[in-house]
Design a protein around this ligand. Structure first.
Ligand code: 2M8
Length: 440
């Protein structure tokens, strides 16, 4: 039938456009999130990018992850940015001369040959490595892909569970809002409140030269980001034996760690090793999440400020992300689906994509980055979560909405959750990558 055929051609064309975005952002050994705004390699971006790239070139997807892991520090941390030395210093702030990884990070084992940041991002990498392997197991085995990445991924997780368990409950804490990936989430407003911002004029925001000011974090946010990062750097990027001005247990970050532990179990089994320790750790993390961060009143997980010991009473999408976990108790999974579809996130009523923050929250802003807009990587995770817990009809609807929004917005970085209008950059890599994955 003509309409069916038209639809098929349209999908094919759309898939080609997504592939072109990834091709255009490929830099020879890794992919930039966006050409102008983020001209280096970002950690969790690369994981999502590899998940898409595996359908286009499994070899390139492996390379994407291995380039990132080549910049791993000896203490196991995987830096959130790997800098491209060919890019002028002024193109992105903070640049390598701010982080000074190879000198300030020496004691923590920063690599010599490459400049990186000294903080981390959500650990989606083992999941990505496993999915990349599955896309072409024969190539993966021939190249010894899993043998090479597995020890690095294990060291990465050991760093998070060992060096970052400040609260002692078995959860990893983030020491900077950038580490959560959700930079200016309203969840960080309260924990950041006491942080004295770096003086205006002591740094220059490159993001405002290519991004719309109203879509980006504020100058006050940036002042605090700079202060915290400089303090961490000046303490040699040490985690132990010092008081961190910002330390938060983030449910999304920890859920992705647990999900990636499940992937490490698959990887161990494939390599003929015992998967049980990884499964046990995934269970422990899931248990700790439920015990420590679940909030009955809101029907979702909340962040917890390690310094004060108090939950942060803001409803951010990070608190829905544990839905990706296979081992989540059914009652909790059900409550998360309910919350997602209720007035605060409006899925299926006020919105087609899950917003990053409570539609009725005091800090809601439909344009400003992680304070309301809907993000494609996060919605891809939630779609998997819905499917995982048997909410197939909702998962199908979210999948269609995600594809439609990416198409209509020119593969935007994020969109206004009520109108789908593009915000931030367009031609954004992880948006294209999740489209490629969903179309496959
Ligand atoms: C955004 O974060 C960077 C800092 O890491 C920035 O604003 O300059 C966030 O959306 C983050 O989640 C993302 O990984 C990064 C690159 O896409 O951009």
């Amino acid at each position: 039938r003509a309409t069916g055929r038209d639809e098929e051609l349209r999908r094919e064309e759309f898939g080609l456009q997504a592939a072109q975005v990834l091709e255009g952002n490929w830099r020879g050994a890794s992919t930039v999130p966006s050409l102008a705004l983020y001209p280096h390699q970002w950690s969790w971006d690369s994981a999502f990018i590899a998940i898409g790239l595996r359908h286009l070139s499994p070899r390139r997807a492996q390379c994407e992850l291995e380039t990132l892991l080549d910049a791993q520090w000896a203490d196991g941390r995987v830096p959130h940015i790997v800098f491209n030395p060919a890019v002028p210093l002024g193109a992105y702030f903070p640049s390598p001369d701010f982080w000074r990884s190879s000198t300030a990070g020496r004691a923590a084992g920063a690599p010599d040959g490459v400049e990186t940041s000294g903080i981390v991002q959500p650990p989606v990498h083992a999941l990505a490595a496993w999915l990349v392997h599955e896309s072409d197991p024969e190539l993966s085995r021939r190249r010894g892909f899993l043998e090479r990445v597995q020890p690095r991924l294990a060291a990465w997780h050991n760093y998070l569970t060992g060096c970052r368990d400040f609260g002692g409950a078995g959860l990893a804490a983030v020491v900077h809002p950038w580490e959560s990936g959700m930079d200016n989430s309203p969840c960080w407003d309260e924990p950041l409140d006491h942080v004295e911002p770096a003086p205006a004029g002591s740094f220059r925001r490159a993001d405002l030269e290519c991004g719309e000011g109203a879509d980006r974090p504020t100058d006050l946010d940036y002042g605090r980001y700079v202060r915290l990062a400089a303090q961490y750097r000046d303490g040699g990027y040490r985690d132990a034996g010092r008081e961190h001005a910002f330390a938060v247990e983030d449910p999304g970050f920890n859920a992705l760690l647990a999900l990636s532990e499940h992937a490490l179990a698959e990887i161990a089994a494939e390599l003929g090793q015992d998967p049980a320790p990884h499964r046990a750790r995934a269970r422990r993390l899931t248990g700790a999440l439920v015990q420590r961060l679940w909030d009955e009143d809101t029907g979702m997980f909340l962040c917890r400020d390690v310094r004060t010991g108090r939950p942060v009473r803001e409803m951010s999408v990070t608190g829905l992300l544990p839905l990706v976990l296979p081992g989540l108790p059914g009652r909790i999974a059900g409550a998360l689906v309910h919350t997602m579809s209720g007035p605060h996130f409006g899925l299926g009523t006020a919105t087609d994509l899950v917003p990053s923050y409570d539609l009725h929250g005091p800090a809601f802003d439909a344009c400003r980055y992680w304070r309301g807009p809907a993000w494609f990587n996060v919605n891809w995770l939630l779609e998997r979560g819905l499917r995982q817990h048997g909410a197939t009809v909702r998962a199908d609807a979210l999948e269609q909405a995600l594809l439609a929004a990416a198409d209509a917005s020119g593969f935007a970085e994020y969109v206004d959750p009520r109108t789908g209008q593009a915000r931030g950059a367009t031609g954004f890599s992880w948006t294209a990558a999740v489209v490629v994955d969903l179309l496959a």
